[in-house]
Design a protein around this ligand. Structure first.
Ligand code: B12
Ligand code: SF4
Length: 441
């Protein structure tokens, strides 16, 4: 390198006036608010709450030392109305806005000699990881650590003042901040269970269990797995008539709308009815029956398509609790691309309603491309994925990993796999059907 290069000389001369890459919490918050955030907090990446996020944060920007969480309020009325086109308009507008707020903050921080990486509020995400973790940083975990609220029964973060009518974004910073934000010392969630009562697919349970796959299948019908399933349906249909038997014109037009204007959610009812937060709670506390009448009932009574996988807990919920809604059976479109991702996804796909009274242990030795030994235990409507092979299992399989993924995707059959020596077993193979009922897809 030429030590007398003009750029090198200029850099050396500026050592006195150059910004030092330091900032206080107060300054950082002021910048965030002046750029349009409604609230903000900052935490070090070494905070215990972010332990599991650390590799992903450092993967995106290795020099990260702290993370700034920004909050953007959303308008309540469009989210509460049964007209989902208006809710979607609000979600898209607020997502765009919070992304731009993040960009502006990053630009301002450059004046302090600080590098910031504005992560994505929603999409785009790292789709090569699908159906695994596609997001870079979990905004909800950063928000909780940075004192921006707590997750309620419905798993959305509830801000103490704005309630759950907020979107979140995280900005990775290459500087330490003189002082950190602290978590709030109570949960704004009132445990009123209105979110439980309104979710059309029963994704939210009183005991805190969240059926993410049920939400994904219905709410995200026109994104990700839902889109894959639509493409499968389109390509599998022999002709126009068969396609029209499976997909209504309204559904095709809705898919066009999602592709052209941004993906449209089908629900978000849990967010619509949540009365928590200082700015929201008044209307609920002053007249609860009226609040339910105005906010909850119109969503429960709405006649609409609800997308569920056949044999899922979600299907049972719609049939039992929402006879006015129309059950549309779909496939999840989620096909694990490796045994590792399959094992990670199993607890998410597990339908505890279908596991009632079931006590089963299955051990599988995967061979070939992915050599993994695992035992899957279903007991008391819970699932456990253990390392290694248990000798006490009800059924033991030895199976070629690639063939097993092919079987799950509907490309391979069990009898042929046995004939071709891709699968051998000890125990009653019929138990697989009982096991499979807990994972409808
Ligand atoms: C994955 C994801 C989803 C998934 C899973 C939801 C969830 N509870 O995590 C699905 C597709 C179901 C979803 C739906 C919605 N989401 Co979302 N989503 C995310 C995302 C990308 C990551 C969430 C996360 O951190 N999960 C991990 C942990 C912290 O969450 P958890 O609840 O403890 O864990 C559960 C799930 O994550 C699940 N899980 C674990 N691994 C995986 C992997 C996959 C592929 C899936 C699907 C689920 C899953 O298992 C856990 C136990 O049930 C964030 C954006 C981001 N980059 O952070 C937005 C985010 C959480 N979503 C948001 C919103 C607004 C929604 C919807 C309202 C969208 C809509 N308009 O309908 C619904 C609400 C559903 C609900 N009640 O949670 C907001 C929430 C704002 C707030 N106030 O908290 C976020 C923060 C986006 C943003 N920029 O503001 N979402
Ligand atoms: S609707 Fe009620 S139970 Fe659900 S998150 Fe909000 S306050 Fe908590």
């Amino acid at each position: 390198m030429n030590a007398n290069h003009p750029s090198v000389l200029k850099f050396k001369e500026s050592s006195e006036t150059r910004p030092q890459g330091r900032i206080s919490l107060k300054e950082l918050k002021e910048i965030a608010l002046s750029c349009g955030a409604d609230d903000a907090g900052v935490v070090s990446i070494h905070r215990s709450e972010l332990r599991e996020e650390l590799p992903f944060i450092q993967g995106a920007m290795p020099s990260t030392k702290s993370v700034l969480c920004i909050v953007k309020r959303m308008a309540q009325a469009p989210i509460k109305t049964p007209a989902r086109s208006l809710a979607n308009h609000e979600f898209h507008a607020a997502t765009k806005e919070i992304g731009e707020v993040g960009r502006d903050i990053v630009e301002r921080l450059a004046d302090y000699g600080i590098t910031g990486l504005n992560t994505s509020a929603g999409f785009p995400m790292e789709m090569q990881e699908f159906p695994g973790r596609t997001w870079i940083v979990s905004h909800k975990l950063v928000a909780e650590a940075a004192g921006m609220g707590k997750m309620g029964v419905h798993r959305n973060v509830i801000h103490p003042k704005f309630g759950n009518f907020i979107l979140l974004n995280s900005i990775l910073l290459d500087c330490e901040v003189t002082e950190e934000s602290a978590p709030i010392d109570y949960n704004p969630c009132l445990e009123c269970m209105l979110c439980v009562s309104v979710c059309p697919v029963g994704a939210i349970s009183k005991d805190g269990h969240f059926d993410a796959v049920a939400c994904l299948n219905h709410n995200y019908r026109e994104f990700m797995g839902g889109f894959i399933d639509w493409v499968d349906t389109l390509t599998e249909s022999k002709n126009k008539r068969e396609y029209q038997d499976r997909v209504t014109d309204q559904e095709t037009a809705s898919m066009w709308q999602s592709l052209s204007t941004g993906p449209n959610y089908k629900s978000a009812y849990c967010m619509a009815v949540c009365p928590a937060g200082d700015d929201i709670i008044g209307r609920f506390l002053s007249n609860k029956p009226q609040f339910v009448q105005d906010t909850v009932k119109p969503l429960q009574r709405k006649v609409e398509n609800v997308y569920v996988v056949a044999g899922s807990d979600a299907e049972d919920t719609v049939l039992k609790r929402f006879p006015n809604k129309i059950v549309r059976q779909i496939a999840s479109g989620v096909r694990p691309s490796s045994i590792q991702s399959l094992l990670r996804a199993m607890p998410l796909a597990f339908q505890r309603g279908k596991a009632k009274g079931l006590r089963l242990e299955l051990s599988i030795q995967f061979t070939g491309e992915e050599q993994i030994e695992t035992t899957i235990r279903i007991k008391e409507q819970q699932i456990e994925i253990l390392e290694g092979l248990s000798p006490a299992s009800d059924l033991s399989l030895t199976v070629d990993s690639k063939s097993w993924l092919g079987f799950l995707a509907g490309r391979e059959s069990l009898p042929l796999m046995v004939l071709r020596r891709k699968l051998s077993f000890k125990g009653d193979l019929r138990l697989l059907a009982k096991f499979g009922r807990c994972f409808p897809s």
